[in-house]
Design a binder for this molecule. Structure first.
Ligand code: ADP
Ligand code: MG
Length: 363
């Protein structure tokens, strides 16, 4: 099923513009996420697709048909929420079959269907249990199963894993991905967790203040963010933003030439976006940028080094330290002076005022 949003807008009674004229084309069978900070309009967008909210203006199309006036129940869509809202007095099986029997299936048919789905989700042993006897993860599986038994042509999922602890979230993430690869049912998935979005999605839609900032596959939004907002929101630890200057096609940071290959750029101020893994620390004195490693955060295979840039404290736009990912086997010493180099081919450049990417066009 395809979903198409055209200039879709939702303003609430108090004047809040939750969704601000967004356009989005969701392709058949894709797993697309709506990613952004709390309050950016993800849930409202999902509810507009489901028909649970009426647009203030704009249109929702499902398979090319305008559905603004179609009831939620007639949209063939299954929703899965963060709070799984299972009926406590019913068993897992009854929770899963309820919608089927209401829709006219016989009890036997519904049971057969639910048992098959339960097998996919590893729930066979638990079908006789009531929600109170299930763990959080098991309950969320039942909720997922309840959506799956209906063979929907589209899933809308609103932060379905955010109530689970980290390990379980990772397991369920893998599970969701596997199910999607098997079934290829169009899925719109809402999350504020950028790592989850990158792992699950065919395409990521980054939202901010009711507007879409960028739509792209995980690699595009990570490597070629459309603006500083996307650059900072995606990736952990977040990207380093530095003040720079363009002079005759060269990029300089604090007077040091970083990149000589930007003949198309106009002279003036510029912002550089450099991911922690694209900084190289070299030992000993150098005539380039210098810094001091002030502290480190071990992450297992890698270490994040926090480097205070020596020359000019105000080079960094978004924090006090340059964050650098270093292999755990490289020796780094807290307090050491280091030379700082950048992988210039990986640097993103942004307009220093608007924050819009000047390089995303090299895609
Ligand atoms: P998200 O899911 O990204 O956290 P929401 O779509 O829930 O964001 O909300 C977007 C904005 O709309 C927020 O500012 C929120 O407070 C507001 N909002 C959401 N629902 C309502 C409502 N029923 N009435 C008034 N404002 C709302
Ligand atoms: Mg929400």
């Amino acid at each position: 099923m395809t979903v198409s949003l055209k200039k879709l807008r939702k303003t609430f009674g108090d004047g809040t513009v939750a969704v601000n004229d967004i356009d989005l084309e969701i392709e058949h069978g894709e797993f697309i996420t709506l990613l952004g900070p709390s309050g950016c309009g993800k849930t409202t967008t999902l509810r507009l697709i489901a028909g649970l909210e009426e647009p203030t203006s704009g249109e929702v199309y499902i398979d090319g048909r305008k559905v603004n006036d179609v009831d939620p129940g007639d949209r063939d869509i299954a929703m899965v929420f963060q709070s799984y809202a299972l009926y406590p007095h019913m068993t897992a099986l009854e929770n899963m079959t309820l919608n089927l029997t209401v829709a006219g299936m016989t009890k036997e048919q519904a049971k057969e269907k639910a048992t098959e789905t339960a097998r996919t989700l590893g729930l066979e042993e638990l079908l006789d249990k009531k929600p109170g006897k299930l763990s959080g993860g098991q309950r969320q599986r039942v909720a997922l199963g309840r959506a799956m038994v209906r063979d929907p042509v589209c899933y809308l999922m609103d932060e379905p894993l955010s109530n689970l602890d980290l390990k379980l979230r990772e397991l369920m993430r893998t599970e969701l991905k596997r199910i999607h690869q098997q079934q290829k049912v169009t899925t719109v998935y809402v999350t504020h967790d950028q790592a989850e979005a990158l792992i699950l999605s065919d395409r990521v839609t980054v939202m901010h203040k009711g507007e879409i900032q960028q739509v792209g596959n995980p690699m595009e939004v990570y490597e070629h963010p459309a603006n500083e907002f996307v650059a900072e929101f995606i990736g952990s630890p977040s990207i380093n933003l530095l003040k720079g200057e363009v002079r005759s096609g060269s990029i300089l940071v604090d007077g040091v030439v970083i990149d000589k290959s930007q003949p198309a750029m106009a002279d003036g101020s510029i912002t550089l976006g450099i991911r922690p893994e694209d900084v190289i620390l070299v030992t000993g004195e150098s005539d380039g940028l210098m810094g001091k490693i002030e502290f480190t955060e071990p992450q297992g295979g890698i270490v994040h080094a926090f480097v205070k840039i020596e020359q000019d404290e105000k080079i960094l736009k978004n924090r006090d330290h340059l964050v650098v990912s270093v292999d755990v086997h490289e020796s780094i010493t807290i307090g050491a002076s280091v030379g700082i180099q950048f992988r210039s081919e990986r640097v993103n450049y942004f307009d220093h005022e608007s924050g819009v990417s000047l390089t995303a066009s090299r895609l």
